[in-house]
Design a protein around this ligand. Sequence first.
Ligand code: ADP
Ligand code: ZN
Length: 435
Amino acid sequence: MIYNLQMECMDRPALCRLQAERLGETLQRVAALPFYVARGMGELAAGAVGRPAGPAGALLEHLERLPFTTKQDLRDQYPFGLFAVPQRDLARVHATSGTRGKPTLVGYTKNDLATWAELCARLLAGAGARPGDTLHVALNYGLFTGGLGIHGGAERLGCLVVPASAGSTHRQLLLMNDLRPVGLKATPSYALHLAEVAEQEGIDPRSFGLRYGIFGAEPWSEAVRARLEERFGFLAYDSYGLSEMLGPGVAWECEHRNGLHLAEDHFLPEIIDPMTGHRLPPGEEGELVLTSLTKEAYPLIRFRTGDRTVMLPDPCPCGRTHIRIDRIRGRVDEMLIIRGVNLFPTEVERVLLSFPELHHRYQVRLWRHGALDEAEVLVEPRRPQETDEAALARRLKAAIKQELGVAMGVRVATIPDGEGRNKALRVIDERSGVS
Ligand code: ADP
Ligand code: ZN
C-alpha cells in the first residue's frame, strides 16, 4: 500500500521543483542563525530565494556551494545553537543514541511532529501495514527517536499500537502470544534476542503469526534478515533513519525490498567521497549527506550522516518515484582496515551467521599493534556445554580468512545480551582509547 500516492509517486520534474522551492525556504529559515552567518550562508541563502526553480542540476549545483554540517558542529552547538525557532515554539525534544560519541539534542515543532508521523506511516505502509493492524513496537520509548517516532506513524496509519518498548523480554513474548500482532518493529539485534529467549522458554516465535517485521537503527546484514525470517516466519523489511533528520522515516523498503526509498519531498540526498568531500555520481558508494527540506525546529544543511551507501537510480516497479539507497553498509568510522583490506562489521556478521551453532551476538575488538590494525572477533556458542571451543574457533578463523581475505583472531566469550541498550555494541575500538 502506498500511504501518500500524490507525494510518493510524484513525477520527477515536479518533485525537483518542489525540492528547489523547499530548499529556498529552509535556507531562509537558517540564514539568520549565528552558526550559518559565520559561515557566510546568509548570502548563499539570499541567492536561492527568488531563483527560478530550475532543473535538478541547478539545484544540486547551488547546494554544492554550501558548507557541510558535521556531527561535531552539532555537539559544539549543544543544546539550542542550531534550533531555528525559539524554545517556546518547540513541541518536543529527542536525542541521538550517542553510539559513536556524545549524544545530540534535536527538536520538533508541532508541524515537524506531523511530518514525522506521516513519514513513519509511509514506512509502515511500505512493509504492508494496513489500518487496523496490531503493531508491536519493541523499540525504546524515551529520548531515543525509535519508539515514539514509530508510535506516531502507527497511530497516523490507524493501527492498534502496542507500545512494548525494549526490555522485559519475557513479558513481550506473553504480549505477542496473547495479542497476536500482525507486525513487529524493533532493532534487528533485539528481535533476534526475542527469538532466542522464546526458544529458551519453549515458545516457537512462528506461533505468533506475525506477517511482517520492520528493522532498523543499526546496520544488519542479509544473513540476519534470513535468520529473522526463519525464526519468526515473517517478511523482514529494512528501515533507515537518524535523529538529526527526525528519526525513523527517512528511507525504507517497499514490497520489492530492493533498496530503501528515501523521502525526497522532505530530504535532499547526496553521496560524497568521505575523504575529499566531492560529490559522487549515482551508483558509486560513499557517505550519505542529507539536507532537510521541511523541518522547522532543527533544519540541517548538507549534514554528513557518517553512513555509507550507494544511490540506486533505476525506477522501482512499485511506482514510487523517490530514489532508493542501498542498505547502509556501515558507518564510515566503523570501516575496519586490517592489513590493507577494508571491511565492515556486517561482513564479519555474514560469515558468523553461516554457523548455526553461534548466537547472533558478536563483537569485533580492534587495537593497534605498531602501525597495523589488529582485530579479534568474540563469539558465543548457543550451547556452550556441547561445544568444543578450540575447534569452533579454528573453523571460524579459517572461514573468515577464506571469505573476507583477512586474518582475525577468534575467541569464544560471553557477550552481553544488549538488554537496556538501544543498539547492539558490535565494535570495541581500542585504537584511540575509545570504544
Ligand atoms: P546514533 O548515531 O547516536 O546511533 P541515532 O539513534 O539517531 O543516533 O541513530 C541513527 C544512526 O543509526 C544512523 O546514522 C545509522 O548509522 C544507524 N541506522 C539507522 N537505521 C539503520 C539501518 N536501517 N541500517 C543501518 N544503520 C542504520
Ligand atoms: Zn519500490
